[in-house]
Write a protein that binds this ligand. Structure first.
Ligand SMILES: Nc1ncnc2c1ncn2[C@@H]1O[C@H](COP(=O)(O)OP(=O)(O)OP(=O)(O)O)[C@@H](O)[C@H]1O
Length: 122
């Protein structure tokens, strides 16, 4: 099961949500670092404050999935109206970039060998 973090812990891990990685359909994603140095992606969900029950059910379902080709849900936070998801950090960027442009860009050598090798987990 994923770890339950307090909002305070995630605020510390993301240095007050200061490093934005991107923006998704449900809110912004921020870089976080755990005390052991592990990098994380913290997704701060917006407009879901009345969905706490479904949120927790989803977390339990997604949190039980572990697959080499899927980004792992490390933890979550559901505190008052704050709902956040904590994922392992993916260094290769957005999946759409790989789906729509990956082949073309790779063939032109825009990504290093290392990025190419991480493709199955991107
Ligand atoms: N695990 C991650 N590691 C690193 N960056 C991430 C991670 N998850 C998301 N991001 C960054 O945050 C951006 C938004 O991600 P998010 O998953 O919220 O959006 P999305 O897939 O575009 O849309 P949706 O919210 O509809 O799923 C991504 O494009 C990426 O740059």
């Amino acid at each position: 099961m994923p770890t339950r973090f307090s909002y305070e812990e995630l605020t510390v891990m993301t240095e007050n949500f200061s490093k934005k990685l991107g923006e998704g359909g449900f809110g912004s994603v921020f870089e976080g670092i755990m005390s052991d140095g592990t990098k994380l992606a913290v997704k701060h969900l917006q407009g879901v404050s009345n969905m706490k029950k479904s949120f927790l059910a989803e977390v339990a379902a997604i949190g039980s999935i572990q697959h080499v080709h899927l980004v792992r849900l490390v933890g979550f936070c559901a505190e008052k109206s704050h709902m956040l998801l904590v994922y392992e950090y993916m260094a290769s960027g957005s999946l759409d970039r790989w789906i729509f442009h990956g082949k073309h860009e790779r063939s032109h050598g825009m990504y290093g060998k290392e990025s190419y090798q991480t493709l199955p987990r991107a």
